[in-house]
Design a binder for this molecule. Structure first.
Ligand SMILES: [Cu+2]
Length: 119
């Protein structure tokens, strides 16, 4: 009887351990980038984000719309549609390490550019 209980306990704790490991390793994070700063500047905030491969960036329309975010040569990461409404958002996932530069088409000339660094 004691050995049966021990076997059950061992199985139970192995299962907990397994679940704990799989949850933590599968946990990708999402970082927010605002389009137009809270202070009303034509910029991404923050303009540089550092993430890990598999993480996502959520672009959130903020002030001085319209904005978009274009990654040259990367249609899959770009969002060329202009966002007009505050709070409008989209999410892009970055699976491969590297540095990805992007810009807002209407405001590129004003310096509205950003960078996603994927480690
Ligand atoms: Cu813009």
């Amino acid at each position: 009887m004691a050995s049966l209980l021990r076997a059950i306990a061992t199985t139970f704790f192995s299962l907990l351990l397994f679940l704990g490991i799989s949850v933590s390793s599968a946990q990708a994070s999402t970082v927010e980038v605002k389009l137009g700063t809270d202070a009303g500047m034509l910029a991404f905030e923050p303009s540089t984000v550092n993430i890990s491969a598999g993480d996502s960036v959520k672009f959130v329309n903020n002030k001085l719309a319209p904005h978009n975010a274009v990654f040259d040569g990367r249609e899959d990461l770009s969002h060329p549609d202009l966002a007009f409404a505050p709070g409008e958002s989209w999410v892009k996932t970055f699976d491969t390490a590297g540095t990805y530069e992007f810009y807002c088409e209407p405001h590129r000339g004003a310096g509205m550019v950003g960078k996603v660094v994927v480690n």
